[in-house]
Design a protein around this ligand. Structure first.
Ligand code: HEC
Ligand code: HEC
Ligand code: HEC
Ligand code: HEC
Length: 153
């Protein structure tokens, strides 16, 4: 009987801890859930060293692939060659969102409007951006598929 009670207590304690952990994890994700894409120039302002290496990378310059092939308005291409296409605040066209051409910081780290809010602590900023960016690569780099036909309509 005693053993039973101890087991029940232990199980309930674990359950409570699990609930706390889940709610915390949800909070971290919720921090970015309502976020919108913002001008990439905003990221460059605080992350100067990273911006320098990024600005000249193939990712940052990958909109040129579309321009060179006269495909810069083809929705089929924009999801992988721009930042946040089809999502709130994301790339729409080169005229209204010129700072979101190419694969920018937010293409890998997710939308940044909440991360850049004024008056946040370092810890709060960390929670409001996606740091698990290495799982984003395969959304654009299709390992077992050939690249879409460049002239496809
Ligand atoms: C107001 C300044 C500011 C702006 C603007 C800003 N960041 Fe940050 N960012 C920070 C600070 C502060 C940290 C905390 C990390 C540290 O330096 O210790 C951080 C951390 C990060 C991290 C790492 C998080 C972690 O858990 O280590 C990423 C990724 C990031 N920022 C991406 C971005 C992106 C993308 C943008 C543009 C949307 C951006 N930042 C704009 C200040 C800024
Ligand atoms: C699923 C994501 C995805 C889509 C959709 C996509 N691309 Fe790409 N594209 C990539 C990736 C990733 C690379 C770089 C690696 C590779 O070549 O597979 C690339 C590379 C390219 C290159 C070669 C760039 C160079 O200089 O080597 C061109 C040109 C290009 N894409 C044009 C297009 C056009 C035009 C479309 C639309 C018809 C398109 N892409 C649609 C992901 C995509
Ligand atoms: C192609 C995807 C990709 C792009 C584009 C990208 N990042 Fe990252 N970033 C990552 C990955 C993956 C990591 C974690 C692994 C690592 O540290 O290299 C990371 C790590 C970071 C970190 C934390 C570690 C560190 O080096 O300080 C910060 C801050 C950061 N990125 C900010 C940025 C900013 C700002 C930009 C744009 C100027 C940017 N990232 C563009 C994928 C990307
Ligand atoms: C939003 C779509 C997207 C995401 C996410 C993305 N890439 Fe790319 N990547 C591209 C495109 C498009 C190119 C082609 C650029 C070009 O050739 O001009 C490219 C090019 C590259 C290249 C060739 C660059 C060079 O200098 O030769 C490497 C390597 C690469 N990506 C790795 C990664 C890794 C690793 C990640 C994840 C951390 C990642 N990419 C995330 C779209 C993406």
């Amino acid at each position: 009987m005693r053993k039973w009670i101890i087991t029940i207590i232990l199980v309930s304690v674990c359950f409570v801890f699990a609930l706390i952990a889940i709610s915390k994890a949800n909070k971290a994700i919720a921090g970015q859930a309502n976020a919108k894409y913002v001008s990439e120039k905003k990221c460059y302002m605080c992350h100067k060293a990273l911006a320098k290496t990024h600005e000249t990378s193939k990712h940052a310059l990958s909109f040129k692939c579309l321009l060179d092939n006269n495909q810069d308005k083809n929705p089929k291409c924009l999801q992988c060659h721009t930042t946040g296409y089809g999502k709130p605040g994301g790339f729409t066209d080169i005229k209204s969102t010129p700072d979101l051409i190419g694969v920018g910081c937010q293409a890998c780290h997710g939308p940044g409007s909440e991360h850049i809010e004024i008056g946040l602590s370092k810890e709060e900023r960390k929670q409001k951006i996606n740091i698990n960016a290495s799982s984003e690569c395969v959304k654009c780099h299709k390992i077992h598929q050939k690249h879409i036909d460049i002239k496809s309509k």
